[in-house]
Design a protein around this ligand. Structure first.
Ligand SMILES: [Fe+2]
Length: 126
């Protein structure tokens, strides 16, 4: 299956394409540093400026959090979990790192497939 990668939408001219890319893209936010053995919060949000539909046949079905090539955790949704209205699906994951991380998120839209975030490096100390 094709994996769509995030593109910087400020470089894209067509409004419809900016909307399409942004509303499917996963954004990982967390601190740049973590303490070994301590709980660490990682937020994943789908869409930065635009909202994705939550229709019965078109919705964000799941979000996974990866460290390099290792899947750490995932969250899944049914159609209607966002109230049946456009939204930016959001999950707060908590992990306990033991070594530095290269985090990325993968999201799945039931109509438009897989979308992978940029990678975010977290230094783990202690
Ligand atoms: Fe979609």
């Amino acid at each position: 299956m094709k994996i769509n990668r995030y593109e910087d939408i400020s470089q894209i001219d067509r409004e419809a394409k900016r909307d399409y890319i942004d509303r499917h893209s996963a954004f990982v936010s967390c601190d740049a540093q973590a303490v070994k053995g301590e709980k660490f919060k990682v937020k994943v949000k789908i869409g930065d400026e635009y909202k994705h539909p939550d229709d019965f046949d078109h919705y964000i079905s799941w979000i996974q959090l990866w460290d390099g090539e290792r899947m750490l955790t995932e969250a899944s949704f049914i159609a209607g979990a966002q109230g049946g209205a456009p939204s930016q699906v959001e999950v707060d994951f908590y992990i306990v790192p033991t070594k530095s991380l290269k985090l990325s998120a993968l999201a799945y839209c039931t109509k438009h497939g897989l979308w992978q975030s940029d990678e975010k490096t977290v230094q783990v100390e202690g």
